[in-house]
Design a protein around this ligand. Sequence first.
Ligand SMILES: N[C@@H](CCC(=O)N[C@@H](CS)C(=O)NCC(=O)O)C(=O)O
Length: 223
Amino acid sequence: MLLLQFSTSHYCRKVRLALGYKKISFAVENLTPGAHLLRVKPLTGLNTVPVLLPQQAGEPEAIADSTAIFHYLEQICPEPSWQCGESHTLQTQVNLLEDWLDESIGTATRFVYYHFRAGAGKSIDPSLASQMVIQVVRWQYGITETAVKQAQCRLEQAMVILGHWQDQPYLVGNQLTLADLTAAALLSPLALIPEYRQSYPWLFHRIGEIHHQCGEPLPPGLS
Ligand SMILES: N[C@@H](CCC(=O)N[C@@H](CS)C(=O)NCC(=O)O)C(=O)O
């Protein structure tokens, strides 16, 4: 299996956690943002990574989108499972959480993270090359002051919604699910931002636990 990725992308981290949890061996091909289109678009018709290439006869050539990759991995490798057994109600909760984290919270994290890296967190890498990449990303996604404020509000609400993670190891039911993997990956960029580290220590504790469980190196800020 080959994972086409950006090494810093939290959506690619989500897939690495899933592969690690299932103990599926894989190689990565790190792409350069911008130039990645030449590699990815002919395979999937989309602009985004992660893209998984199963590289096996009889399997699809390429699977785009982290959620579709999760479904594919569950199909080819059911154990260890990340489903909620027979409970349709719990599985629905997992699916809703995963979709919300993917569509809303992963984006909010991106906005807050790149805003931080361009301002108070500039010292993490003040090099011209890094700051140029950050400015391009801000332009590409429309990361303005107003949009960042909205994203911060969404994250504040998310911490309330996910608050029960403080007291229990899993977001839904009593085993690890897609919701835990998705939250651990898509909130991980916040580990570099002191305000979040101070306000939500439990979140980073859970993110660390899940990375250990999946054999994935900790994200920057926690390593
Ligand atoms: N919903 C998608 C989101 C993936 C995504 O946003 N990927 C970003 C990197 S974090 C990307 O490839 N951006 C490049 C672009 O849009 O050109 C997924 O879950 O795979």
